[in-house]
Design a protein around this ligand. Structure first.
Ligand code: CTP
Ligand code: MG
Length: 230
């Protein structure tokens, strides 16, 4: 079983505010993308990584990746208008020899190796699609356009989906072949294509950096890991 990884990194980072595309923002001295690539390459199973970069930053991202000194091979392609487009473009550049594909957001720079290995192992054990999830801590309300609560959703049945999400390569290719599809995650596409999707435990440290406050939390995690704060 050969594992390849697609890292969509072509988003603009609008919720983060002005500045560089989010994947190229700095966290503790390196870009979110560099952290994410290192985190995925830390899993010895990942042999090939395809990064979908902002279209005007393919060359600079390529040199950045060249300086990483990791064992996995890293290719950089131009990403697309939507996250799904970026994943599709990444998949087009993935060698056919990779039979298990992990798709991981550049915006989740600190995913622990255990999560990566757990997802890859579940695909290797035969699951067509695997999603790491964590429980939701807030109470969730469904609301209408007038600002009224319609109902309180039963939280015990809900989970927040993280990445990397893992797929058998054929299943992901089929799901991505659909027309006009967009989804905030890849398992959503695979679900719609009719495949069962298995969940495995995620980890709070696989948090997504979306808004400025998330960057502060990520910095705190890096400091704790480097032993400066306990
Ligand atoms: N992504 C991508 N191509 C796009 C849009 C998003 O590769 N056209 C990537 C982002 O770079 C990120 C991941 O998908 O690594 C998750 O998306 P998100 O957190 O929404 O990032 P952005 O789209 O950059 O942020 P925002 O939605 O706030 O603009
Ligand atoms: Mg987005």
């Amino acid at each position: 079983m050969t594992v390849g990884c697609i890292i969509p990194a072509a988003g603009r980072g609008e919720r983060m505010g002005r500045g560089q595309p989010k994947a190229l923002r700095t966290l503790a001295g390196a870009s979110l993308l560099e952290h994410a690539v290192r985190a995925m390459a830390a899993s010895r199973q990942v042999v090939h990584i395809v990064v979908a970069a902002p279209p005007d930053q393919v060359a600079s991202t390529g040199s950045l990746m060249g300086s990483l000194r990791i064992d996995a091979r890293v290719d950089v392609v131009a990403g697309g208008e939507t996250r799904t487009d970026s994943v599709r473009l990444g998949m087009a550049a993935m060698p056919e020899t990779c039979t298990t594909i992990l798709v991981h957001d550049a915006a989740r720079p600190l995913v622990p190796i255990d999560v990566v290995d757990r997802v890859a192992a579940a695909v290797e054990d035969g699951a067509p699609a695997v999603v790491p999830v964590v429980p939701i801590s807030d109470t969730v309300k469904q609301v209408d356009e007038a600002g009224q609560v319609v109902r309180t959703v039963d939280r015990s049945e809900l989970r927040a989906a993280q990445t990397p999400q893992g797929f058998s390569a054929d299943v992901l290719r089929n799901a991505l072949a659909g027309e006009d599809l967009d989804a905030t995650d890849d398992a959503g596409l695979v679900e719609r294509a009719g495949y069962p999707v298995l969940v495995v435990p995620g980890d709070q440290e696989a948090m997504k950096v979306t808004r400025p406050l998330d960057l502060l939390v990520a910095e705190a995690i890096v400091r704790r890991r480097s032993g400066r704060v306990h």
